[in-house]
Ligand binder design. Structure first.
Ligand code: 6R9
Length: 560
């Protein structure tokens, strides 16, 4: 099992077929937007619906591949006119509106690095990410600008332009722009997306992806999501998270199928109505959403019929075995769990259509993906061969959608690899049949409603409250959200715990971080457990919260 330490080598054979299904740029090179849109627009799929957009207010709009090509060309021309050059960062902060898709694809056409951000982030996570990503152009809406960006407008030195897609000025530019554009000649190794992900320490990391990832998105669209030519596909994730980009934008368009985009947030009735009325055939969603549907009851699902529905998949957090069984009850088919990460860019481990689903398991590595369980310490790597023994999930480096760096953090990137293997930071085990089972994360990162949240970012925002001296943030198990963000705060001298102060800190956190990231619970603590070097021991906070054994506390500060 000893790999060579060459993480950037793309192993050819398993991906060749997917590569052959793509066209490549005329004259050479590869660009995701060309594969996803323009090549369809130039052929018989031009009049096929690419995006079926369902607005919050019951409006709907069908956008064909031909129209999407033209609209994304307009955006590309606008970026060009603003001086966006190859490698410049375009940040897209919109709700799930049609312009988001055109803005993203237009950026890729320009050769820009595109970073879609979640519209439910508060000003602070936005500012952090735009600055870390060296954002040059920000595409947003009038309302999001007013609510979130205005407050931080002076604090983003690299930002040269803000395009509010629904404001008069930007609209005039977009409407006046040409519908023709010659795609920048990008190579498979040129940067495409920048997706932020959170770690245990420090601010988020910008995972850098490349145009060559299209090969993986195409391949996994076939193998893991079972996409066929006439499918109506619905990925419920927001493009502010990688699932919503890789599988909410790229993979379905690469396959030339029709993709449903719902602008609204989760609502059980609405979702069942969409599945039925839009004749969704392949549905990719997340455990938290499934648990919320389960809570509404299978009878609600059975009030409608879904004769078109053929395949359901889920990602982002552990999928409870009951959820898989519930799929059988509500829809007559199991839910296929799959596993991947921002860093892997695409699905790596899955229960595919051809496999027997093992409820509770993430499935098996896809063809071309080599996974293993290992332990790593100062002495090196110890491979786990025995079935059911837990360890860190590792992947042989070199699949096409592998991240190529953490922006400006070379050392952190290097540390993810050893002997040609990528260390995922997840704990898992493999059973005797080769199925992988998720055990937990090796770090303190929180997964709440499928969203990855870095405790450090939350703690930093809490400490900006005038009464807070220190904060420790953990993921507390929650039956609906998987984990819920819980904060423990130590007050500055002269402040007393009170309900009023708790609400003031909660309100502060929501305003700064946004509802998706802010803690749901805040508790006052007199002395947070710290190591002798002063670091908050989140692991211990969590053990105490859950009444679990405290584990190794040898580094704990006296008296904490
Ligand atoms: C795609 C995405 C990645 C982390 C990952 C793991 C957790 C993802 C899972 C799962 C259990 C699954 N995760 N899929 N845990 N079962 N099927 O979610 O990317 O936001 O980067 O999160 O999510 O801990 O390491 P990202």
């Amino acid at each position: 099992m000893n790999g060579v330490d060459r993480p950037h080598i793309i192993r050819k054979s398993p991906w060749d077929e997917a590569r052959r299904a793509l066209a490549g740029l005329p004259g050479g090179g590869l660009n995701i937007a060309h594969e996803a849109v323009d090549r369809h627009a130039a052929g018989p799929r031009a009049s096929r619906v690419a995006l079926r957009w369902l607005g919050m207010d019951e409006t709907r709009r069908d956008i064909t591949y031909g129209e999407l090509a033209a609209l994304s060309n307009r955006f590309a021309n606008v970026y060009r006119s603003l001086g966006v050059a190859k490698g410049d960062a375009v940040i897209v902060l919109c709700g799930r509106i049609p312009e988001l898709y055109a803005a993203v694809l237009g950026g890729l056409k320009c050769g820009a690095v595109v970073s879609p951000l979640f519209a439910a982030f508060g000003p602070e996570p936005l500012q952090t990410r735009i600055n870390l990503g060296h954002g040059k152009v920000l595409v947003t809406t009038e309302a999001l600008y007013e609510r979130k960006v205005k407050k931080i407008a002076g604090a983003m030195p690299t930002l040269a332009h803000v395009l509010k897609v629904d404001s008069g000025e930007a609209r005039t530019m977009i409407d006046a722009a040409s519908e023709r554009f010659e795609i920048e000649r990008t190579s498979p190794d040129d940067p495409s997306f920048l997706h932020f992900t959170s770690g245990t320490t420090g601010m988020p990391k910008g995972a850098q992806h490349v145009h060559g990832a299209a090969v993986m998105h195409y391949a996994t669209g076939t193998v893991a999501l079972d996409l066929h030519d006439e499918d109506i596909f619905w990925c419920t994730a927001d493009p502010g998270w990688i699932t919503g980009t890789s599988y909410g934008i790229v993979a379905p368009l690469l396959h030339g199928v029709t993709s449903v985009v719902d602008e609204a947030e989760f609502d059980a009735e609405r979702w069942y109505a969409i599945l039925e009325a839009e004749k969704v055939s392949v549905w990719y969603t997340a455990p938290t959403a499934i648990r919320m549907l389960m809570k509404a009851g299978a009878e609600v699902a059975k009030r409608r019929a879904y004769p078109s529905l053929r395949f359901i998949a889920s990602v982002g957090e552990p999928l409870n075995p009951e959820a898989v069984w519930w799929g059988m009850d509500a829809f007559g088919m199991p839910i296929h769990d799959n596993w991947w990460q921002t860093e892997t860019g695409g699905i790596m481990i899955a229960n595919t259509a051809a496999m027997d689903v093992k409820p509770g398991s993430m499935g098996k590595p896809l063809p071309g993906v080599e996974a293993a369980i290992a332990h790593r310490d100062a002495k090196g790597i110890r491979w786990v061969e025995a079935p059911d023994e837990q360890g860190e999930l590792v992947l042989r480096a070199g699949w096409p959608s592998m991240f190529r760096g953490y922006l400006d953090q070379e050392e952190r990137y290097r540390k993810c690899f050893a002997q040609g293997w990528y260390f995922t930071g997840d704990l898992a085990r493999r059973d005797a049949d080769g199925y992988y089972w998720f055990v937990g994360r090796a770090d303190d990162v929180i997964k709440s409603a499928g969203h990855l949240i870095g405790p450090f970012e939350v703690e930093s925002a809490l400490m900006e409250h005038p009464a807070v001296a220190q904060a420790g943030v953990i993921g507390k198990p929650d039956p609906m959200l998987g984990e819920m963000v819980k904060a423990f705060v130590e007050l500055k001298p002269g402040n007393e715990p009170s309900e009023e102060l708790r609400l003031s800190i909660l309100g502060h956190a929501r305003k700064r971080l946004g509802a998706a990231v802010a803690p749901k619970e805040i508790a006052f603590a007199t002395a947070l457990p710290r190591t002798r070097s002063g670091k908050i021991m989140r692991r211990l906070l969590k053990a105490r919260e859950l009444g679990l054994p405290e584990g190794d506390t040898s580094t704990l500060e006296e008296g904490a």
